[in-house]
Design a protein around this ligand. Structure first.
Ligand code: SAM
Length: 335
């Protein structure tokens, strides 16, 4: 495990000296590599891209002076209290904080899992659709519709809206998402991309247009979706279950799974998360439906047809970490 402390520019400040002394002695005791004052700056600004790269394989320690600038740190320890909302990284301000630091490092090290970051690629698309949550429950026999939807057959894709997609015709909306992913994960033409729960393969179709030499693969449990996928992408899709991905370990440059895994029951879900982690060479992103409050929970319950796993973001993150997942994630909410 490498530790890169990110120390602020004004190294004469007393708390930074304390920080360095404690970190250095802690790391030498534990046999960790410690790069003193490894500042991740790019023209005076914190290099966020470097930070997210390092997060995959390093524990980052952020100095207190930089905290204000590092809105994306994942866990911040300030005087022994974990501050929720700030993310990944530890602030050591004085000698007492080292206890907390030690605990955190030991937990991270024993699990050897550092969950990636929350990356929003799709909320703007999701929010565009107008949804009448209550009508979904009062206008139709919800249980019957859900039973049919769960077959992921013709009714779900091309039947009435009460069963799912309602015959939705592709309108090019996934192009911007593919572009965002290519940029975020620095994908090159020739890279491999796997979409778990790819449906009709819209996103992969856009990837293939933007990166024509890329090797794209889609896996989905729906025979109907694969048979009725975009002609250009059909050959890249295969029938399969997220619980058992027939790809080699570390073989895929980017594994994505959009609004699929909440359709799995807990035992399958655990397998699917582990599978995504296993086949990914480093970059992965999972987006699921979730809720932040009782309102969103009710809306999700009303709206959903195929959901099996109803968890808050904290529960999802717990599950990801438990399964050793180090990729990124996103949540979709029904506001
Ligand atoms: C809401 S759709 C999302 C499709 C696509 N990812 C998209 O964003 O347009 C959910 C997809 O999950 C697939 N699915 C459900 N359970 C699955 C499983 N166990 N393994 C693989 N795919 C599954 C369904 O067939 C469906 O295509």
């Amino acid at each position: 495990m490498k530790i890169i402390p990110v120390i602020g520019t004004s190294s004469i400040l007393p708390q930074q000296k304390v920080q360095n002394v404690f970190l250095r002695s802690y790391c030498s005791e534990k046999g960790y590599e410690f790069k003193l004052s490894h500042t991740l700056f790019n023209e005076g600004k914190i290099d966020q891209q470097k930070i997210s790269e390092f997060k995959k394989s390093h524990i980052l320690l952020y100095s207190f002076e930089l905290f204000v600038n590092l809105g994306d740190a994942q866990i911040l320890i300030d005087n022994g209290n974990i501050i929720e909302g700030a993310v990944e990284g530890i602030v050591v301000k004085n000698s007492e904080d080292i206890q907390e630091l030690q605990l955190k490092l030991e937990i991270q090290n024993s699990n050897n899992v550092i969950l990636g970051e929350e990356v929003d690629f799709t909320t703007d698309l999701h929010s565009k659709a107008k949804r009448d949550y209550v009508a979904r429950v009062t206008n139709f026999p919800k249980g019957e519709c859900a039973t049919i939807a769960k077959q992921f057959g013709e009714d779900y894709w091309d039947g009435d809206r009460k069963y799912g997609y309602g015959g939705y015709r592709y309108d090019g909306r996934w192009k911007v998402v593919a572009q965002r992913m290519i940029s975020k994960y620095s994908l090159k033409d020739g890279d491999t991309i796997l979409d778990v729960g790819c449906g009709k393969g819209y996103l992969l179709y856009e990837f293939k247009k933007l990166l024509p030499n890329s090797k794209v693969f889609g896996v989905d449990i729906s025979k109907y979706a694969i048979e009725n996928a975009h002609e250009e992408i059909k050959d890249c899709l295969r029938l399969g279950n997220a619980t058992n991905l027939t790809f080699e370990r570390d073989s895929i440059d980017l594994v994505i799974s959009n609004t699929t895994l909440h359709n799995l029951k807990i035992n399958e879900l655990e397998m699917a998360i582990s599978e995504i982690q296993r086949v990914s060479r480093g970059n992965s992103w999972i987006c699921v439906e979730s809720y932040r409050n009782e309102n969103e929970k009710a809306n999700l319950l009303y709206w959903q047809l195929t959901c099996e796993s109803f968890y808050s973001p904290e529960e999802w993150k717990y599950l990801y970490t438990k399964q050793g997942y180090t990729g990124d994630y996103q949540f979709i909410y029904f506001e």
